[in-house]
Design a protein around this ligand. Structure first.
Ligand code: NDP
Length: 452
């Protein structure tokens, strides 16, 4: 039935209704369209899901909390930001998903992220529902004390909506170990309760080893699984990476472990291209630059003469075998996809959430590129967050080897699910595979509850 006129008509009608109900939410429309295009044939073939109107119910969040965050900056000026928590779906476990602090955060962005999170979390095999939250607060250039006051104020409202068995937030863009520490500290103070209510915590107070590496490592594990499936590997491949934050840094690290050659990194100012490759020492420089000094990636090109700084540019013009978009949504468009394909790219694994536009995804699939969508390829982060929750509940800490081993198994398992649901004509459509596998699990749980 896939691709048939009847399916296309159903997709169009469904999307028309969704857009009418959710006007001006472009990112959310895009995320739903991407899922519905591949899930609709399966949905139409499964009466038990259609009868219960699962798709219609699944695209409406369980609840959205919107609130004001008031704080004072270092000059004593009072500031007010918007913040949200989108609790999308808890059919298979407590809500779980990161918090994002960035001026581009809107309800539409958080709804797209929360929606995606439902299926990603289902793919991990762990009992986690989908959520996302954040604020339009811009942490750039703010002092530690300003960040602390903001985080404390945000948690003063958020604490009443979350809980270890209710909703467990984590980090995302602009929210790293520092911000999680401030939020966790305030939660603990308000509730007088030391529980694993946030993940991405410091190791001293309940964090998990490998959590900060998990998303980047997991993305490369997924790329490795896709290549192994066709008897190939990351070894010896030229790899283009965007971003220089948490996900990008550890993706670069795992590419190095696997004998690949990372060539680029970027931030919102531009990209660096190092034809000699980013080695361990240069990667350490990036970590210090971004995690400690919070500087700009352009400084890399000032330090290493082998590198060029491409001001205001993304790295997709650099010739490569593997592309790992690890910065933000819609950072890779149709033209970028065509350029990558013309330059011979064979694998794309999304470390960021929805970094490729719908048109770009279609180009990759049509060209036969092994395309690992975010839901599958970057699920390693939330998977280790789930493992952090398990360790907190058991009041134990696993060593790095144990957590990394579990992460590798989870990524292998997700790959196998994508193959199971996405294989046809001797090829694997990882987008269809991830969407259908994730959808089926959440849908089956929703059916079990009846009409709620
Ligand atoms: P960080 O804040 O650590 O890093 C984000 C990186 O992306 C920075 O290099 C940043 O540059 C760049 N960036 C952000 N916004 C833009 C923009 N509008 N244009 C160009 N570059 C931009 O975030 P993470 O690494 O944690 O997250 C990156 C992506 O991965 C996001 O899509 C996130 O949702 C996704 N993700 C993260 C997970 C995690 O565990 N952290 C888990 C799963 C997905 P600059 O410093 O200039 O802003």
């Amino acid at each position: 039935m896939a691709g048939s006129k009847a399916v296309q008509k159903e997709v169009k009608e469904f999307m028309t209704g969704l857009k009418r109900r959710n006007p001006h939410e472009g990112e959310f429309h895009q995320a739903v369209q991407e899922l519905v295009e591949t899930v609709m044939p399966y949905y139409l073939d499964h009466d038990q899901f259609r009868k219960w109107r699962i798709l219609e119910r699944m695209t409406e969040p369980d609840r959205v909390v919107m609130f004001r965050v008031t704080w004072s900056d270092d000059t004593g000026t009072i500031r007010a930001n918007k913040a949200w928590r989108v609790q999308f779906n808890n059919a298979i476990g407590p809500y779980k998903g990161g918090m994002r602090f960035h001026p581009s955060v809107t309800l539409s962005v958080l709804k797209f992220l929360g929606f995606e999170q439902c299926f990603k979390n289902a793919l991990t095999g762990l009992p986690m529902g989908g959520a996302k939250g954040g604020s339009n607060f811009n942490p750039k250039g703010r002092s530690d004390l300003e960040i602390m006051r903001f985080c404390h104020s945000l948690m003063t409202e958020l604490f009443r909506h979350i809980g270890e068995s209710k909703d467990v937030p984590a980090g995302d863009i602009g929210v790293g170990a520092r911000e999680i520490g401030y939020m966790f500290g305030q939660y603990k103070r308000l509730e007088n309760n030391f529980v694993g209510v946030l993940t991405g915590k410091g190791l001293e107070y309940g964090g998990s080893l490998i959590r900060k590496e998990a998303t980047g490592y997991g993305t490369v594990y997924f790329a490795q699984n896709m290549l192994n499936h066709i008897d190939d590997s990351v070894e010896g491949k030229d790899v283009v990476v965007s971003g220089s934050g948490n996900v990008a840094t550890y993706a670069i690290e795992k590419v190095l472990h696997y004998g690949g050659k990372p060539l680029t990194a970027s931030d919102s100012g531009g990209s660096i291209y190092d034809p000699d490759g980013i080695d361990e020492e240069k990667l350490e420089f990036i970590k210090q630059l971004k995690e400690v000094r919070r500087g700009r990636i352009s400084e890399y090109a000032e330090k290493y003469s082998s590198a060029k700084y491409l001001e205001g540019k993304r790295p997709w013009g650099v010739k490569c075998d593997i592309a790992l978009p690890c910065a933000t949504q819609n950072e890779l468009n149709a033209d970028d996809a065509k350029e990558l394909i013309d330059n011979g790219v064979r694998v794309v694994a999304e470390g960021a959430n929805m970094p490729s536009t719908l048109e770009a995804v279609h180009h990759f699939l049509d060209a036969g590129v092994l395309f690992g969508p975010a839901k599958a390829a970057n699920a390693g982060g939330v998977a280790v967050s789930g493992l952090e929750q398990s360790q907190n509940s058991l009041r134990i800490s696993w060593d790095a080897e144990e957590v990394d081993g579990r992460l590798q198994n989870i990524m292998k398992d997700i790959h196998a699910k994508c193959v199971k649901y996405g294989e046809g004509d001797g090829k694997v459509n990882y987008v269809a595979g991830a969407n259908i596998a994730g959808f089926e699990k959440v849908a089956a749980a929703m059916v079990a509850y009846g009409v709620v």
